[in-house]
Design a protein around this ligand. Structure first.
Ligand SMILES: CC/C=C\CC(=O)SCCNC(=O)CCNC(=O)[C@H](O)C(C)(C)COP(=O)(O)OP(=O)(O)OC[C@H]1O[C@@H](n2cnc3c(N)ncnc32)[C@H](O)[C@@H]1OP(=O)(O)O
Length: 719
């Protein structure tokens, strides 16, 4: 929909109306076509202003329409008609001008933006390219290097940067529409020959070949198999080398290959999944829209190790007052220095003043008495955490929320140490906590909906993508990681090398394979947990029996490495070797090769050739299978929750849409068949045994992912 009014006597004002972001739905496009025609045909109208309702110019094409039979007028001729108009058309940009919204503005003859507006061509993040002329007009307007940067990354720019780049003609702090109308009056009747971007030559560059080669190399490196960034470079190259009309043809051709691709579907699913997790629900039925968060002005962090420091920084940067408690004096001094540095560096990057005065440091836990919410981030040890929770419960004022940053321990056990277990939830951050976007908000059986709502709200305030999940060992992310890690070790026992396993996973799109990632995180972390679980034995027996623990197949390979002091990057040795402790460049280690050979010989393991397909299927399908179990158990409310956790916390490649979406793309029947096959070959590995929900979904004809919740509901009602 678009509203037409005449203002100031001779300006036709077109207002896009499709809240909340005025996306270009079929109705909006039709509205624009009609109102532009009307403005151009009314003799009293001398110029036109296009704006958006309620402070948002336009958030681009309506993404919800992409998976449907699209109807209504197409964008390209609509924008062309605006650019060819004989009356000046001015875009009044407030809020956002993104994707098709910016392309619409580029078709206008002038662009005036509010100083707080954001502009960009984020289509690449949806697996697409700006195919309403964006790849052809933007390079003509701002030059190839800047256009390549914006189009291949999809990043948003501020109005100030847009002005510097030449995307907008003017910025204002006043009412943008009023300014645009005044401007439109001033340019009425002027020649538009120099205002039509499609008629501009693309600014020359000293060496286009080298420029595009470098751009292509960059996207290949960072895209990790995503096809849209590559197509974006190709489309911009067409702008630089072909006349406009041929460039538009090339843009259309490239878009056609992307539009129906699995990657575009996956990325668009991610867009909506990321927003869906905000509409959380608990297994009790409590929901986001019926549970009110309580205000949190002052918070405390207990324990200033790596995680505690990052959490304190995240809270302070969001404007909260923070009491940072560390009982060990030396650690407190070091932490204060480190946190100050992190705040200063972050502030420098963002061009703001560091929030140093937001944090007070204390060695005394009594100093948290007046805070609204506490995040405990002490060492991952249940007994220690229980002690801290007991102390906190005695010290803090009534109604203070008590949160734990545990990565997998029982929330309910901690809650039972307090007088108000309903105020206890998990807030599981990911390292580095001030950088990583994911926050798992974990509710126990006694956590109140208010506590969950408050933690979710706080997560949003500090810029996290928060996902509410139930309480179980490892919650969602780490619980699913366990079978994945386990399979990787089994593959080594059977003949694979760390490099081979990592290569398969990195080619799939992970930033790091499982072994490089373990070296980075530190092998001792898991070792400590396995010791606490009674899985690590000092018994020197060999053969199959030595590899059975608690009734199931177990690989002690990780434990054996730790016994050698090989903890990963920090010790300079792990699954790989490093030049020195702390170095990040992983090199294959001949020592490890010998170690594996001796290990296999000692245990009578026969080496066989393992291909990439087996690596991927065993690592990923066992992880996915656990995801189905998590849904079955009601720990996650839907597949979107799991997928968002994996994309934001575990670097699952976004263009694959998260593990559960990936399973739906592979085909549930295929995943089931392969799990059955591997389980038959490895009957002592329970994580390969297909879950009931997966079987049920396949028996129900493998419904699309948005219908899984219905099957899950039925399954729960039968239990
Ligand atoms: C020929 C092809 C030509 C062009 C292709 C394109 O234009 S593709 C689309 C390009 N545009 C984008 O990628 C922008 C996507 N939107 C955003 O980045 C953010 O939504 C935005 C605009 C920055 C606003 O962010 P904010 O945090 O304020 O709100 P939120 O993200 O929660 O969005 C509010 C609701 O609006 C829905 N929505 C946003 N953009 C679109 C869109 N382009 N199409 C359809 N729906 C959109 C979003 O899903 C939210 O809905 P809700 O039901 O409340 O979850």
């Amino acid at each position: 929909m678009a509203q037409y009014t005449r203002v100031s006597g001779s300006v036709g004002l077109i207002t896009l109306q499709n809240p909340p972001v005025n996306a270009l739905s079929a109705a909006v496009r039709q509205g624009i076509v009609n109102t532009v025609q009307r403005a151009l045909s009314e003799p009293e109208v001398k110029s036109v202003v296009i704006c958006g309702q309620k402070g948002a110019f336009c958030g681009g094409a309506d993404i919800k329409e992409f998976g449907t039979n699209m109807s209504g007028p197409p964008l390209v001729p609509m924008i062309h008609a605006i650019e060819s108009a004989v009356k000046p058309v001015v875009a009044a940009i407030e809020g956002v001008a993104l994707g098709g919204g910016l392309e619409l503005a580029l078709g206008c003859h002038y662009r005036i933006a509010h100083s707080k507006a954001r502009l960009g061509l984020p289509e690449v993040t949806l697996g697409l390219l700006p195919a309403a002329g964006g790849t052809q007009r933007l390079p003509r307007l701002i030059g190839v290097p800047a256009a390549l940067d914006l189009i291949t990354t999809g990043r948003h720019v501020t109005a100030t940067e847009a002005l510097q780049l030449g995307i907008v003609d003017q910025i204002t702090d006043h009412n943008t529409v009023d300014v645009a109308v005044k401007f439109a009056l001033s340019v009425a009747g002027q020649s538009l020959d120099s205002r039509r971007i499609s008629s501009y030559p693309c600014p020359r560059h000293s060496d286009f070949d080298a420029l595009f080669e470098a751009a292509m190399q960059k996207v290949h490196q960072s895209a990790r198999g995503a096809i849209a960034p590559v197509a974006c470079v190709q489309a911009v190259r067409a702008a630089a080398t072909l006349p406009y009309s041929q460039g538009m043809e090339r843009e259309k051709e490239l878009m056609a290959t992307l539009f129906t691709s699995g990657q575009a579907r996956a990325l668009q699913y991610c867009f909506f999944a990321q927003r869906a997790v905000g509409r959380w629900s608990m297994s009790s039925g409590a929901r986001w829209d019926t549970s009110k968060p309580r205000p949190v002005h002052k918070a405390a962090v207990i324990g200033l190790g790596t995680m505690g420091r990052g959490i304190a920084v995240a809270l302070a940067q969001a404007g909260l007052s923070v009491v940072a408690v560390e009982t060990q004096e030396k650690q407190l001094i070091e932490a204060k220095q480190a946190v100050t540095g992190m705040l200063e560096r972050g502030a420098k990057r963002r061009g703001v003043t560091p929030a140093l005065d937001k944090i007070t440091y204390s060695p005394n836990i009594q100093n948290v008495a007046d805070v609204d919410l506490i995040i405990e981030a002490v060492f991952e040890d249940m007994a220690l955490k229980e002690k801290v929770f007991k102390q906190l419960s005695a010290v803090c004022k009534p109604g203070t929320f008590l949160c734990t940053n545990t990565s997998g321990l029982d929330i309910n056990r901690l809650a039972s140490q307090t007088c108000n277990p309903e105020l206890v939830v998990g807030m599981h951050f990911f390292a580095p906590a001030h950088v990583m976007k994911l926050l798992e908000v974990v509710y126990g059986p006694r956590s109140s909906p208010h506590a969950v709502a408050t933690a979710m709200h706080l997560g949003k305030k500090i810029g996290k993508v928060s996902v509410a999940v139930g309480n179980c060992r490892g919650f969602v992310g780490n619980r699913m990681l366990k079978p994945y890690l386990e399979q990787a070790l089994f593959l080594l026992e059977e003949g694979a090398t760390p490099e081979q396993v990592d290569q398969a996973l990195e080619e799939f799109g992970f930033a790091m394979g499982v072994f490089r990632m373990s070296d980075l995180s530190g092998l001792d972390v898991g070792w400590r947990v396995r010791k606490a679980d009674g899985l690590v034995t000092s018994d020197a027996t060999t053969g199959q029996q030595a590899r059975i623990r608690q009734g199931h197949r177990y690989s002690p390979l990780g434990d054996l490495l730790c016994e050698q002091g090989r903890f990963g990057q920090k010790t300079g040795r792990g699954w790989y070797q490093y030049d020195k402790p702390g170095s990040r460049v992983a090199k294959p280690d001949p020592w490890l090769q010998n170690f594996l050979e001796e290990y296999r010989a000692r245990h009578g393991l026969v080496v066989r050739r393992i291909d990439h397909q087996e690596v991927l299927e065993r690592c990923l399908y066992s992880l996915i299978n656990e995801g189905f179990r998590i849904l079955e158990d009601g720990i996650a409310a839907g597949p979107e929750d799991i997928d968002v956790i994996y994309m934001f916390g575990y670097s699952w490649p976004r263009h694959r849409g998260g593990p559960m979406f990936y399973a739906s793309m592979v085909g549930l029947a295929r995943v089931l068949e392969r799990l059955e096959y591997y389980h038959q070959a490895h009957p002592d590995v329970p994580s390969l045994h297909p879950s009931t929900l997966l079987r049920k979904l396949v028996a129900n004809g493998s419904p699309p992912i948005h219908k899984w919740r219905e099957v899950i509901k039925k399954l729960h009602s039968q239990l």
